[in-house]
Write a protein that binds this ligand. Structure first.
Ligand code: 3H9
Length: 721
C-alpha cells in the first residue's frame, strides 16, 4: 500500500540539474518496502543526480525503521543504460559509481533490483550490487564498456565472475554483447524471470516472498564458490588473454578487463576494486576511449538532419528495385530482411532469373550455415515478386534504381518510372557518382528524386549515403532516413558532387597512396602501415579484394577530363593491363596461390613499380610507417574539410561516420576528422604545407582547415551547431 505523501524527493536542486520538479531518483514507501525509482529519461543513465539519489535512498532505507527491504526499478523504457557517457572526460563529480554500488551492497536490509529493457554497464553493476535480481522477458543485460574503450569500473569485473563464473563473465565483458533474460537466468546473473511488463509490480511481489521466507541480505562480494579453483581460473584467463591479444589488435581495454578479473583471484575484494578503478581510470585517459565515445554519439547525431525536423516521412510499405545485378539483388535482400515486400524489375526473363538467383544465393548460404530454416527462406522469397514490365511498380511507395552506371541508361529508367509510378512515390537512384540533379531534372517530378548510395555488398554494409539533390522535397529526405532505419543502416546525408562524401574523399587519399608508391614506398609497406594504424586491410589489399578492373574502368572513363597538369601514377594501369585484377584472378598487387585469400608480396609487382619510377624519372626515397600514415591522413582530412566546407557533408561528424561504416576506418580513432582534432589541426595543416612544396597542385590546403587553424578551433566545434 502506498502511504499518501510519503514520496520523498531526495535531490536538492543543483546547477547540473536545475529542474526541481523532475528528480532523477524518487522514493516512496510501499508498506514495508522502499521503492526506489530511477527516472532520468531517456535511458536512466547514471549521471551525478542519479548517483546521489541512489545513495540517499540507501541512507533513507537504513534510517527508516518501517522499511524492511528496498526495491530498485527504472522508469520508462530502461532499467539503466549505464554510466552517463557524457560525463567521461570531464572532472569527476561525487559520489562515484563504485561508491554507489558499494553503498547498495553494504545496505543492511535486502535490496532487490527488478530489471526491464536495457540493464547495461553501470546499470548491470548496480543490479549486481543488489542482493537479489529479477528480470522481465524484455530485459537486455550486458557489460558493453569495451565498446567505449572502457572496462566495467564499478565492481563489474569482480561481481560478474562471482555470479557467472570466470569464463562466461569475461566473455560477456569482452564481447560487449547484450544477453536476454532467460540466458541471464541460466548463467546465474539473475535469480528470477518474471512474467508481464510491470517490473515494479513483479519486484514488489517478489520482495514480499523474500521477506516471508526470511531471505536476508546476500552480498555478491561474499560469493566465492565460482572462484575457488584458482589454477583452473588462471588457465582460463591465460587462454582468453592470448585469444584477445590476437583478436583485439591494439585495443587497450580488452586486456585490462582480463587483468582486472585476475586481480580478483589474487587480492581481497576491496583491493581488487581499487585495482579495477585504477585500470578504469587508465582507460578513461586513453585516446581510444575518446575516439570510441565520439563514434557512439556521432552515429546517433548523424540522423539529426534539418529535413527530419521539417517533415514527416511518406508511407513506406512497398518497395521496387530496378536491376537484379549484384547491387540490385543486394538492395533487394536488404529490404526483404527488413520485412518489406519487394518488386524487382529487369529488362528480360533471363535477367529476371539471374536477379532472382542472386537474391536466393544469399539465403541459400544462410540455410547452408544453419542460420536460417528452409521455411524462413521460403517465407522471405514469397515477398519478392519480379517483372519485366515497369507497370509492376505502379503501387510502389519507393523505387530504387540500380542499373548500369551510365547517365543515358539511368535517365531512360527514370523516364519509365516517371511514366508508371504513382504520384508521391519516391524515386531513388543508387548511382555512386553521377549527377543526381541531372537525373532528377530529366523527370517531371524532381521533388521526388533522391540518391540512395548503398555500399557493396548492399545487404551487409551498414553505410547508406542519402544524397540530396537541389529540388528534392524535405519529406522525401525524411522518407529515405526512415528507410535506412528500417533497413538498420547508418544513414549519412550527402550533397551532390562527384563521389558524394565517401568516394570523393577516397579518390584523394588513394591518389596520395599511389604517389607514395611511386616515390619509394612499396604497396606492402603502405598496407602494413595502415594496418598498424588500425585498418583491417591496407588500400592495395582492398583494391585486390574489390577487383582492380573496377578502378581501371573508372580511370579510363575519366582520362579525357583529367587535369593534364595533375600527377597521374600509372602503376595500377600496368598491373591491370596484365589481367591482374586481384583475388578473383589469383594476382593483383599480391599473389593468391591456389585461391588463397591472404596475399603474398609479388616480386614482379615490385619490378613493375621500379620500372614505373624509372619511366617517371623518380629516385625512390624511404617512407617510414609514420610518414605513410601522415600523408594518407592529411589527404583524407583535407578533402574531408573541403566536403564540409562545401556543404556536401553537414558536419565533420558526418564524414567520420561515413568512414567508420563504409571504409573500415578504425573505430577507436573516432573517424578521420576526430583523429585530426586529436593530432591538432595546426599539425595537419603544417604537413599539407610541407607536402605542397613537392606538389602544390595536389596539396592545396582546404580553406576550412586554414580558417579553423587561424581561429584556434577544431572540427568538433562544427559538430554542435
Ligand atoms: C559504463 O557504464 C561505465 C561503468 O562500468 C563504470 C563507471 C564508473 N549515457 O541509442 P539510443 C542516449 S559505460 C548517456 O538512440 P536505443 C543516446 O545518446 C556505459 N546517454 O536508443 C541517445 O541520446 P539522443 C555502458 C546515453 O533505444 C538516447 O540516450 N553502457 C547513454 O536505440 C537514446 O539512445 C552502454 O554502453 C548513456 N549511457 O538504444 C550502453 N545511453 O536521443 C549505451 C544512451 O540525444 N547505450 N544514451 O541522441 C546503448 O547501447 C543504447 O543507447 C541503448 C538504447 C541500448 C541503451
Amino acid at each position: 500500500m502506498r502511504i499518501p505523501g510519503s514520496t520523498v524527493h531526495l535531490l536538492t536542486p543543483k546547477p547540473m540539474n536545475p529542474s526541481p520538479t523532475a528528480p532523477a531518483v524518487h522514493t516512496q514507501i510501499e508498506g514495508d518496502v522502499l521503492l526506489v525509482t530511477i527516472d532520468h529519461p531517456p535511458v536512466n543513465a547514471l549521471n551525478v543526480d542519479v548517483r546521489r539519489g541512489l545513495l540517499d535512498a540507501v541512507r533513507q532505507a537504513e534510517a527508516t525503521p518501517q522499511v524492511r527491504a528496498v526495491l530498485i526499478v527504472g522508469a520508462g523504457r530502461a532499467f539503466i543504460a549505464g554510466a552517463d557517457i557524457r560525463e567521461f572526460g570531464k572532472p569527476p563529480l561525487a559520489p562515484s559509481l563504485p561508491e554507489v554500488c558499494n553503498g547498495i551492497e553494504a545496505c543492511s536490509k535486502p535490496v532487490v533490483a527488478a530489471l526491464h529493457g536495457p540493464a547495461l554497464g553501470g546499470g548491470l553493476e548496480i543490479a549486481m550490487s543488489a542482493h537479489y535480481r529479477l528480470a522481465l522477458a524484455d530485459a537486455k543485460l550486458g557489460l558493453p564498456e569495451v565498446q567505449l574503450g572502457l572496462l566495467p569500473g564499478s565492481g563489474g569485473t569482480q561481481r560478474a565472475p562471482r555470479l557467472m563464473g570466470i569464463r562466461p563473465a569475461v566473455e560477456l565483458m569482452l564481447s560487449g554483447r547484450h544477453m536476454g533474460a532467460q540466458e541471464a537466468l541460466d548463467a546465474g546473473l539473475i535469480d528470477r524471470l518474471a512474467e508481464g511488463s510491470d517490473a515494479r509490480a513483479a519486484g514488489l511481489a517478489w520482495v514480499q516472498e523474500l521477506l516471508a521466507s526470511h531471505s536476508g541480505v546476500r552480498r555478491t562480494r561474499d560469493m566465492n564458490t565460482l572462484l575457488q579453483n584458482k589454477a583452473d581460473a588462471l588457465a582460463v584467463l591465460q587462454a582468453l588473454r592470448e585469444e584477445t591479444a590476437k583478436k583485439s589488435r591494439g585495443l587497450f581495454s580488452p586486456l585490462k578487463v582480463i587483468e582486472a578479473v585476475q586481480a580478483g583471484l589474487d587480492l581481497p575484494f576491496d583491493e581488487a576494486l581499487q585495482f579495477e578503478r585504477q585500470l578504469f581510470l587508465q582507460c578513461i585517459d586513453s585516446p581510444q576511449r575518446a575516439g570510441l565515445i565520439h563514434a557512439f554519439f556521432a552515429e546517433r547525431e548523424v540522423v539529426k538532419i534539418p529535413e527530419a525536423r521539417a517533415a514527416q516521412p511518406r508511407a513506406l510499405a512497398r518497395v521496387g528495385v530496378v536491376g537484379g545485378g549484384t547491387m540490385g539483388a543486394g538492395i533487394a535482400v536488404s529490404v526483404l530482411d527488413a520485412g518489406l515486400p519487394v518488386t524487382m524489375v529487369e529488362r528480360d526473363e533471363a535477367s529476371i532469373a539471374r536477379g532472382q538467383a542472386n537474391v536466393e544465393k544469399v539465403y541459400d548460404a544462410l540455410v547452408a550455415k544453419g542460420r536460417m530454416t528452409p521455411e524462413a527462406k521460403a517465407a522471405v522469397m514469397a515477398r519478392l515478386s519480379t517483372s519485366t514490365q515497369y507497370e509492376a511498380l505502379a503501387q510502389a511507395d519507393l523505387v530504387i534504381e540500380a542499373v548500369f552506371e551510365d547517365m543515358a541508361v539511368k535517365q531512360a529508367v527514370f523516364a519509365q518510372l516517371d511514366r508508371v509510378c504513382k504520384p508521391g512515390a519516391v524515386l531513388a537512384t543508387n548511382t555512386s557518382y553521377l549527377d543526381i540533379d541531372a537525373i532528377a531534372a530529366s523527370t517531371s517530378r524532381p521533388q521526388d528524386v533522391i540518391g540512395l548510395h548503398f555500399f557493396s555488398p548492399a545487404n551487409i554494409m551498414k553505410l547508406l549515403e542519402i544524397v540530396v539533390p537541389a529540388q528534392v522535397a524535405p519529406d522525401v529526405v525524411a522518407t529515405a532516413f526512415e528507410l535506412a532505419r528500417k533497413l538498420k543502416k547508418v544513414a549519412v546525408r550527402a550533397g551532390v558532387c562527384d563521389g558524394f562524401i565517401g568516394n570523393r574523399i577516397l579518390a584523394v587519399y588513394r591518389a596520395a597512396a599511389d604517389h607514395m608508391m611511386e616515390d619509394g614506398a612499396s604497396p606492402y609497406d603502405i598496407d602494413a602501415a595502415l594496418r598498424e594504424f588500425g585498418y583491417p586491410m591496407g588500400p592495395f589489399q582492398v583494391s585486390d579484394l574489390a577487383g582492380g578492373d573496377i578502378g581501371w574502368a573508372t580511370r579510363k572513363r575519366r582520362a579525357a577530363t583529367r587535369d593534364p597538369k595533375a600527377r597521374y601514377v600509372q602503376i595500377a594501369d600496368r598491373i591491370c593491363e596484365r589481367g591482374w585484377f586481384g583475388q578473383k584472378t589469383g594476382r593483383g598487387y599480391y599473389l593468391y596461390p591456389q585461391g588463397e585469400r591472404t596475399g603474398q608480396p609479388d616480386p614482379e609487382v615490385l619490378a613493375i613499380v621500379d620500372a614505373e619510377r624509372q619511366r617517371a624519372g623518380i629516385t625512390p626515397r624511404h617512407f617510414s610507417a609514420e610518414d605513410i600514415v601522415r600523408r594518407y591522413m592529411a589527404a583524407m582530412v583535407n578533402e574531408g574539410a573541403n566536403v564540409v566546407d562545401q556543404g556536401i557533408a553537414l558536419r565533420p561528424l558526418d564524414v567520420d561516420v561515413t568512414f567508420l561504416y563504409g571504409y573500415g576506418f578504425p573505430r577507436h580513432r573516432g573517424g578521420p576528422m576526430q583523429y585530426a582534432d586529436r593530432v591538432g589541426l595546426d599539425k595537419v595543416l603544417g604537413d599539407i604545407r610541407t607536402f605542397a612544396k613537392e606538389d602544390p597542385l595536389f596539396w592545396r590546403a582546404s580553406p576550412l582547415l586554414e580558417r579553423l587553424v587561424a581561429q584556434g578551433k577544431n572540427f568538433d566545434s562544427l559538430n554542435h551547431l
